[in-house]
Design a binder for this molecule. Structure first.
Ligand SMILES: [Zn+2]
Length: 159
């Protein structure tokens, strides 16, 4: 999936949970958006990879694309790192949800993900799409509708 779709996935993943928690909505959603971009640090052409080129190239050289950074191991390690860096639960949970949304979206692509890395098993949904094709446009449209619908919860919070 493209960075735009991942970004929308992270926003959608967090915004639909706004009414179920007491986190600051904008902080929670922002954390979701950032978390949704993190797994593609393994790809130097990605939104986050372009920002951290050196780190991105190193991770790509060591592990390749869509391996460790698209796994449960990465979720656990990043969750521990974020918990070490901040005591704000909204940020930690938001980043986690963003990363989960990323893995779900990439599992819906033909290449799938190495969810159980270091096992080489590729995980993908039975129905997949290609990055950048019409299927992704449909996913993006659905995510946008979700975000639009649930943005009322954000408004209610701040009114
Ligand atoms: Zn990815």
């Amino acid at each position: 999936m493209t960075g735009k779709t991942h970004l929308m996935g992270g926003v959608a993943g967090t915004i639909i949970l706004i009414h179920m928690n007491t986190y600051d909505p904008l902080l929670f959603i922002s954390a979701g958006a950032i978390g949704a971009l993190l797994p593609d640090i393994c790809h130097s052409g990605s939104k986050i990879g372009r920002r951290f080129k050196g780190l991105s190239k190193l991770i790509n050289k060591l592990f390749g694309h869509r391996t460790i950074t698209h796994s449960l191991l990465f979720l656990i390690l990043m969750n521990m790192l974020v918990a070490f860096l901040t005591t704000n639960e909204g940020i930690r949970v938001g980043i986690l949800i963003g990363m989960v949304s990323h893995l779900l979206l990439d599992a819906a692509t033909k290449n799938g993900i190495k969810l159980l890395y270091p096992l080489k098993l590729t995980i993908r949904f039975p129905l997949t799409i290609r990055t950048g094709d019409k299927g992704e446009a449909v996913v993006m449209a659905l995510l946008s509708l979700l975000v639009l619908y649930y943005s009322k919860d954000v408004l209610i919070h701040y009114l």
